[in-house]
Structure formats: structure tokens, C-alpha cells
Design a protein. Sequence first.
Length: 389
Amino acid sequence: MSTLIPISNRRPRQIPRVFDFQTSIETIRAHHWRVFSDAYSGCAFTCSYCLYKGPGDYGRHVKVSPGSAEADPSMGILDIGTTTDPYQPIEATELRTRGILEAALAQQIPVFLLTRGTMVTRDLDVLTELAKRGLIEVCFSVITLREDLARTLEVRAPAPADRLKAAEQVAAAGIPVSFHVAPVIPGLQSPAEMDRLGYELASLSGRHVFNAVLGAQKAWWNTFYGVMEGAADAIDSLELFRAAYPRELDFERDAAVNCGLSDALSTLLPFRDGVTRGGATFVAENFPHLTTGPLEGGIYRWKLPTVYDMARWVSAQTGPVDWGAFSAWYAGHTPGDRLTGLVRGLWDQGELFVGTAVGPAAEPGTYIGGAEIVETARTTLVARRGARK
Ligand code: SF4
């Protein structure tokens, strides 16, 4: 393996500012990460559906994120790539993402790295060292195999075929690879295309294919709608898209609007079939009951439980579960007082298991598996860069 940049002997300890990840029901629903760190602010890939895309010249002035934090193994799984892609063009000279990886290696911090960037192959040396210790999963974001759709929606991001080539290189180096299909846009691709997408990604990964449905943001909604309407001849069904996401939406502060389960199923189910046939686990971030298996082993030894994991645990118990029994299990994951308080509040309000097959039992404050699935709330909380507590 050629190493273009030697792994730093200085063993860096500082990484860009770190933020708590699980801060709401939306993030607890699907994300196992404890904290996230973004190397840059802004993203030169400027995808038209980006949750973090601001108005105006977003993406034209990508900057190095200010501030830094001491890398600390107690921070748990670190997610890189939440609000900006870690392999921006300026990463070639700034080496900010590489610095995070080197700090993680030095401090033995497990990392989930999400990218559309092909520059990730530059860092195979440090990623391989992390992989030898079970400390990394590299997740490639790919929403379509079709170059024409990618060129319409992800104008400045590397082509899907190039991302798949990079994923093959990373996997060939013995580094765990997964995929993230976000956003899933009902109507964009046919059921057969979704099946093939799921199959191809699962075959390449053999591990996990994560997915999240489109979160509509007020700031770009009209522009995005115009892009979809302009691509009517290329996409599978503009009608399906319009039914799932009407042009007029009620936007909430800090949240993006998702479609409902019934509007997503005709897209998600063939996709899930393809993933299952390809031999990977389908992880549905909005609709936990569609998930086909647990996240275990590798970096997931340090994960926080998601709502899927919590519901799975409740379902495995005989009879109803009260907060005392649940919190004894939950505390084993060392979530911290603040997060436990949040989960307790959601437990008391009956919101924790919405979207799963766990529901309230006869005794107040108790839950039991096998109940009817309640549709999830139709929002995605946009990760906030609040100070870490
Ligand atoms: S690569 Fe990710 S962060 Fe960057 S513009 Fe696209 S969706 Fe947004």
C-alpha cells in the first residue's frame, strides 16, 4: 500500500469541536453515535437536498471548523461527516479529517466515518490501523446508481461509480464498509431500481445499509421542488413524490419534514428486499421496525442503544417491563445522566417506542413487545452544534 502522508508521530490529541449526538427522539431513534465532530463548515458538494444547506452561497466558502477538543476514549463512538463531508476538496491541503483519524488512532476512539468523497482512499494507512483494532467503519453515502440522477441532485459530489470504486478499495484493505442511502426519495427511482441499489450496496458491504427518507427543509424546498419537477422525465414517478411530499408543507423550527410510512413503503420495501438478498442488514433510521438486524461487533461494541435496540430488548423480556428493569439494562451502556434523563422523559410521555412493535402495557409506565406499530413522527431533527455538556 502506498502511503502518501506518513501517520503523524506527534500523536495528535486535539480534534475539531465535539458535539453530543443523541439529543432528541429523532436522533435516539436511529443513531448509535455518542458524539460528532465536523472538520469543516459548509460543504462544497452542495447536494440539492442537503439538510445542512443554507441559503445563498452555501458551499462556496468552506471553512475549517473553529475550536478543538481533547480526544478522549470516554467520548464513545465518534461520528465524522454529520453536517459536512469530511473529504472536501480543501481536505487535500488542510488534512483536518486525517488529523481526527490520527487522534482517534492515538487515543483508541471508535469512529464511524460517513462520506461521499473519494479522497478517503488517501487515508487507507491510518484507516487500516484503526480497522486492525476494530475502531472504524467507513460508510459511503450513495442514493442512486444512476449517474444522470446524481448529476441532477448532487452536482458537485463525486460520481456514484467513483464512490463505489473507492468503497471497493477500502473494503479490499480489510476496512469495514457500509452504505448510507440518504435521502431515500419516494418516486425518484422505480421499485426495480431500489431493489438493485439495495442488492449492489449490500453485496459490496456485507454489513449494513443505512437509510433515511428525505427531510424537507424550508430554506431550499421550492428550489428542490423545481429540480424534481424539471427532472420529471428522468425520475420514476413525480406523482408518487408529490403524494409523499406536497409542495405546501408545515415547516417546524429546527426540524425537517419527512413523508409518512405509508408513502415510503413502496420505495423502502423493494430496497429492503435487495439489501436482504445481498446479504447485509437494512437499518431504517425513520422507521425502526423495518430494520432487519442489530448493529453488533466492530465499532458497535461502544455504541449507544437506538430505539430499535431498546424495543428489541423490551420484546425479548417475558411480560411487561417497567422503568426500573429497563434503566438497569440501559445504564449498562453508560449513556450519562443527561441522556438517561431524556430517555426517561420519553418513556414517561409514551414517545420512546413510537414506530416500533413495542407499546404500553396495562400497568401505567410499563411496556411490552408485540404491540401494534404506531407511525413515527414526521420530522427529522437537524443536528445542532450546541456546546457539549
Ligand atoms: S455531501 Fe452531505 S453535507 Fe455535503 S452537501 Fe451533500 S448532503 Fe450536504
